[in-house]
Design a protein around this ligand. Structure first.
Ligand code: PMP
Length: 424
């Protein structure tokens, strides 16, 4: 899995990388602040992203001008809020290539979206001996809900292995699909940056009679994602990882599947008629949206989509991939630094690394002193850490407001960490 041997003779071919970010840093108020007297270099985008003025303004405008509960009253504010909320749903549908907005369910985040499927679809359908196919690189939010569903039904989990190049080993995919009812995998790994061939896996899964859930938490914000091209049945992602507020996320599902599924939560908004002993449900997608939803979050998500689409996700993907490659080259020049994930091919701008003799937490502490924000830990991927043979890594993750200077600042700060702890 190791890509860069310590002291490898890497040729920094990308020194000519465009110095500019894809969008002005001044679009993002938080990027104007300093951290410990230094320019903020925000490289924790896989955890969450910063918000542009356009998103903050959309949320503020919603609360200042329109705030009301949706779908409940007939007064003017309520119908405006309802229209804004439903317009956001249509915006999300277009963003992921879904022709029917009824397939878009607003949830809090990727985690809730996957739990919804694991609870509502899987628990009612899985039988003892059925198999749920995952990969060892999954985020805990795409493992634990399936463990709960398996425990409740007697189903089993099976894991696709990862090759030493950081890519899934698909040689035995057909064999691995025996007895599988659903395949659930990330489109892009939040640790390795690998972009998995989801379309190919979905085709094989469907031939084997299995459904496919794609965790798009690290892809929808960064690269074109089209549910028709992916051929998946469920897609999950989080607004906060794509410039939108926290607390809004999306589960997209084929509408026919949503029709067949029982509600996940019960309460207001999701019912048609409530009797003392039983109730009937509203039509999809509202059947899955019990209680007052995060209307401001949905409005902010629509504004974030407008912002991202004005730039173009192909360009965002290319920019981040180039910055990630450049950062790996710079890190490769530092003795003792090891980076993880595929060396070439389709890859997100995520760079996980370790520094010999230093704990990743110590590395990230010194980086913070230099104004460089990265994450250190297991990144909610303990099985993957075991596969990599490490307890933790540091992780720098790029977005459209990062630039060459950010990659250089990262490498400088890693050298500084080594000096600080006096590791050779
Ligand atoms: N899946 C992946 C691949 C992720 O990177 C993350 C967030 N780190 C999640 C799922 C969970 O996202 P959330 O916490 O927004 O539910």
């Amino acid at each position: 899995m190791t890509v860069t041997a310590p002291g490898a003779d890497a040729a920094p071919s990308l020194r000519a990388l465009p110095a500019e970010p894809l969008v002005p840093r001044s679009d993002f108020p938080v990027l104007a602040r300093e951290v410990r007297g230094k320019r903020l270099v925000y490289l924790d985008n896989a955890a969450t992203t910063q918000k542009p003025f356009a998103v903050l303004a959309a949320v503020a405008d919603y609360y200042r001008q329109h705030n009301a509960n949706v779908h409940r009253a007939l007064h003017t504010l309520a119908s405006e809020a309802t229209e804004m909320y439903e317009a956001a749903r249509r915006r999300v549908a277009r963003f992921i290539g879904a022709d029917d907005p009824r397939g878009v369910v607003f949830v809090r985040n990727t985690t809730e979206a996957i739990n919804l499927v694991a609870a509502s679809w899987a628990r009612a359908r899985l039988r003892a001996g059925d198999v749920v196919l995952l990969t060892v690189a999954e985020h805990h939010s795409n493992i634990v809900p399936w463990q709960l569903a398996a425990r409740a039904t007697g189903a089993r989990l099976r894991y696709l292995p990862l090759g030493d190049d950081g890519r899934l080993d698909l040689a035995k995919l057909d064999e691995a699909l025996a007895g599988v009812r659903i395949v659930a995998l990330a489109h892009a790994s939040n640790v390795l940056g690998t972009v998995h061939p989801v379309g190919e896996i979905a085709r094989a899964a469907h031939e084997a009679g299995a459904l496919v859930l794609v965790d798009a938490a690290q892809s929808a914000p960064h690269m074109p994602v089209d549910v028709r091209e992916l051929g998946c049945d469920f897609l999950a992602f989080s607004g906060h990882k794509m410039l939108a507020p926290m607390g809004i996320g999306v589960l997209w599902a084929r509408p026919a599947l949503l029709e067949e599924m029982e509600p996940y939560m019960g309460g207001g908004e999701m019912i048609d008629v409530v009797e003392l002993e039983s109730s009937t449900w509203r039509e999809i997608p509202w059947k899955f949206e019990a209680g007052t939803p995060n209307v401001a979050g949905a409005v902010g998500l629509a504004a974030a989509i407008d912002y991202l689409e004005a730039v173009g996700r192909e360009r965002i993907h290319a920019h981040e991939a180039a910055l990630g490659r450049y950062a790996r080259e710079l890190l490769a020049e530092i003795p003792g630094v090891v980076t993880y994930g595929p060396e070439d091919g389709d890859r997100a701008g995520i760079v996980s690394f370790t520094v010999a003799g230093l704990h990743p937490h110590d590395v990230s502490q010194v980086l913070d002193d230099e104004g460089v924000a990265v994450r250190a830990g297991h990144h909610c991927c303990q099985p993957l850490m075991r596969r990599l043979g490490v307890e933790a890594t540091a992780r720098a993750s790029f977005y459209l407001y990062n630039d060459r200077e950010d990659a250089l600042a990262l490498a400088r700060a890693v050298r500084r960490a080594k000096e600080f702890f006096r590791v050779p």
